[in-house]
Design a protein around this ligand. Structure first.
Ligand code: OGA
Ligand code: NI
Length: 369
């Protein structure tokens, strides 16, 4: 959808995300594979230069930083410095000892797997309706020509309570709603704790970021990547950066797939059992005046195993004006981005196909003279 069209959709159910713009409908990839496991339709086949090298899937030698959350919470100096470097150099890290019970993680992953295990007509009861961004369907599909993700997804707003839209929360799967409730609560705490530490690292008191962005929302993107007979031709999710404050990603412990761009190479983020992957989003990059990096990432597929993941995102309210915070701008570090209302930023990013980090650079970066 063109940005102009999206701009004309303001106003309806403002807080439910329905005004974020809509994706074009595309068929379920899971269904496509079920009907013909060998088929890879043309609009999923990436251009030559964008195809992943899946031959060295297991052997990439880099590891993203691992942060012991329990130490971070205690204010441990080394761990805090590790967090600072991780956000500057990688934009990504994994947290261990995060205190979220294994049972909560397992039930959450099982709930997603159970949803995608439903017959298509059951899943379609939760399909994105009308202009809504929530529900079972797709995001970022804006033109007939673009290369599609080898992925089906469900998007739900989880916090605050009053803007949940329960019609998208499957009630026929025993335990689904409870699993989302328990995990989202824990993820909320973890995300806030990380933001507290980042506030301190940015030279503010622990509530510095929170004072700036005020109330926030939380949403979940549940991803299901079916196996693909030609993983060398497709991408599970096209390269993008997340248009949020931070993302917590729960990955499949058994099936790797997440790759991040680091020093111009794609690095596989090897799953660590029960760890949570965390990444800096565009909003935090902007607020920190580019000190912390919102890094491009994508997912690859494999021939044999479906993969499930869950991105839990922390986002500001639509009206928030985002721009570099005062404490980040001085003579040595001039302002790198212009200000923009969050809603306009999200609409801009969602109204375009995912193109790595092009969005933040295209509309916000101030050219240095
Ligand atoms: C996302 C995302 C990566 C993955 O949902 O924003 O980047 O590994 N997912 O599923
Ligand atoms: Ni992402």
């Amino acid at each position: 959808m063109r940005v102009k069209d999206q701009m004309e959709n303001i106003g309806i159910e403002e807080e439910k995300g329905s005004d974020w713009g809509k994706s074009l409908p595309v068929p379920s990839v899971q269904e496509l594979v079920r009907n013909d496991p060998r088929s890879v339709p043309e609009n999923y086949i990436q251009h030559q230069q964008d195809r992943p090298d899946v031959s060295d899937m297991a052997s990439s030698s880099f590891h993203i930083p691992i942060i012991d959350f329990a130490l971070l919470v205690k204010g441990d100096g080394d761990e805090t410095r590790k967090l600072d470097l991780a956000c500057k150099d990688w934009g990504f890290f994994q947290i261990i000892n995060h205190g979220v019970a294994e049972d909560v993680l397992l039930k959450m992953k099982a709930a997603i797997a159970a949803f995608f295990g439903l017959p298509l007509e059951e899943k379609n009861k939760y399909a994105q309706a009308g202009n809504d961004f929530q529900g079972y369907g797709q995001q970022y599909v804006v033109s007939e020509e673009q290369k599609l993700d080898w992925c089906d997804m469900v998007f739900l707003i989880t916090f605050p309570h009053e803007i949940r839209n329960l019609k998208y929360w499957p009630d026929t799967i025993p335990g689904f709603r409870d699993a989302v409730e328990s995990y989202s609560k824990e993820a909320w705490k973890v995300a806030n704790e990380i933001c507290t530490n980042i506030s301190l690292l940015m030279g503010m008191d622990k509530d510095g970021l929170k004072r700036f962005y005020g109330k926030t929302k939380q949403a979940m993107r549940m991803n299901y990547y079916p196996p693909c007979s030609r993983p060398d031709l497709v991408l599970g999710i096209n390269p993008h950066s997340d248009p949020d404050i931070i993302t917590l990603l729960l990955q499949d412990d058994e099936v790797p797939g997440l790759q991040i761009r680091h020093k111009d190479k794609w690095i596989l983020v090897k799953p660590i059992r029960n760890a949570i992957v965390v990444n800096v989003g565009d909003v935090l990059e902007i607020l920190s005046n580019g000190v912390y990096k919102s890094v491009e990432h994508r997912a690859i597929t494999n021939e044999t195993k479906a993969r499930v993941s869950l991105a839990t995102i922390k986002i500001p309210y639509d009206e928030l004006e985002i721009g570099p915070m005062e404490c980040t701008v001085d003579d040595r570090q001039p302002r790198m981005y212009r200000n923009i209302k969050y809603l306009d930023y999200v609409r801009y990013t969602l109204g375009r196909k995912m193109e790595g980090k092009a969005h933040i650079d295209n509309i916000l970066k101030i050219e240095s003279s």
